[in-house]
Ligand binder design. Structure first.
Ligand code: AVJ
Length: 310
């Protein structure tokens, strides 16, 4: 039988040096539930900041969105609970909008649609399941002006140049008068950032270890998660928060017919959560070819919702 993309990525990643797994695989059912728990953690300040911006800055934001009609396309929409605040503000301002949540998970899209039906009954919702690349292609020829949303600091998972590549890719699907709204976590006190990825309750640790469990369940592997420790780091120069699982001892693991050797204290690179300064975002604007960018931040300047104009 042909190996799935998941199996291929896991086997390749564990045979690479340094060893690496992809954070996009965190989100099975258990992983998605753990991420919901992370969003409630006192240390994980991101969702509260983004919600505060959407509540406090929506009238300022709306001044920059002058048209009467928009299609609001949300990349990696998730459950839509935060997005509702923005959609409600557009409707209150008298605009006619259609909401197109895009997500890889059909289940979360179903939740999203039901949630929106109940919260904003008059809203037209058109969920589109699939990955960003295919789904953007499928709406390319639509004529209504677009607002593309990419919230929740999801851009942080794109490593190095990949973030600019992705934003440039999105830009190609936009026409004059369209907008791109990006939720980004800003560089700040390194201790504040590190604590968000190394919470006292150990939920982020479980979130990382769950991927080993998932590999056991879905690929018939025999990881002992207790033999791995979670280690988060923040580099204040680059702005990269990086999470690793560290092998506590020399050990061997069987994964899909392969034997993987771990040395004591050998890391598996799990996730990058990149942080940006406003200057970094200005550079991205320039390199991706947007006309302008305006930043809407919370009272502590922890987080920005940045509006890029085509
Ligand atoms: C969903 C990618 C925004 O990087 O902050 C939370 C995922 N990882 N805690 C982030 C995550 C560890 C989160 N994003």
């Amino acid at each position: 039988m042909k190996p799935t993309a998941f199996e291929k990525d896991v086997v390749e990643g564990l045979n690479a040096s340094p060893k690496k797994l992809f954070s996009k695989y965190f989100y099975d059912e258990k992983g998605s539930a753990l991420f919901q728990q992370i969003m409630q953690l006192p240390e994980y300040y991101l969702p509260a900041c983004e919600t505060a911006i959407l509540k406090q800055k929506s009238s300022e934001l709306l001044k920059e969105l002058p048209l009467a009609n928009y299609e609001v396309v949300e990349l990696g929409a998730g459950d839509g609970t935060k997005t509702a605040l923005f959609l409600e503000a557009l409707i209150r301002a008298g605009k006619t909008i259609r909401y197109l949540p895009l997500d890889i998970s059909p289940d979360i899209l179903e939740f999203n649609r039901d949630f929106m039906k109940q919260r904003i009954p008059e809203l037209a919702v058109e969920p589109i399941p699939g990955d960003y690349f295919h789904t953007l292609e499928s709406i390319k020829t639509r004529k209504t002006p677009k607002i593309i949303l990419f919230l929740g600091s999801n851009i942080g998972n794109f490593e190095g140049e990949k973030a600019l590549e992705f934003i440039s890719f999105v830009k190609k699907y936009l026409n004059e008068g369209d907008h791109f709204l990006l939720g980004v976590d800003l560089k700040k006190n390194p201790r504040t950032i590190l604590a968000a990825y190394d919470d006292a309750a150990g939920i982020t640790k479980q979130f990382n270890l769950n991927l080993l469990d998932r590999i056991n369940r879905e690929l018939g592997a025999n990881f002992t998660p207790a033999n791995f420790d979670h280690y988060a780091s923040y580099n204040p120069v680059s702005g990269a928060t990086t999470s690793y699982l560290i092998s506590k001892q020399a050990q061997q693991v069987r994964v899909a017919g392969h034997t993987i050797d771990f040395k004591a204290f050998e890391p598996i690179h799990m996730e990058v959560s990149q942080k940006y300064s406003l200057d970094d975002l200005e550079n991205i604007r320039e390199n991706a070819g947007f006309r302008s960018v305006q930043h809407f931040t919370d009272s502590r300047d922890y987080f920005s919702i940045s509006l890029f104009v085509v």
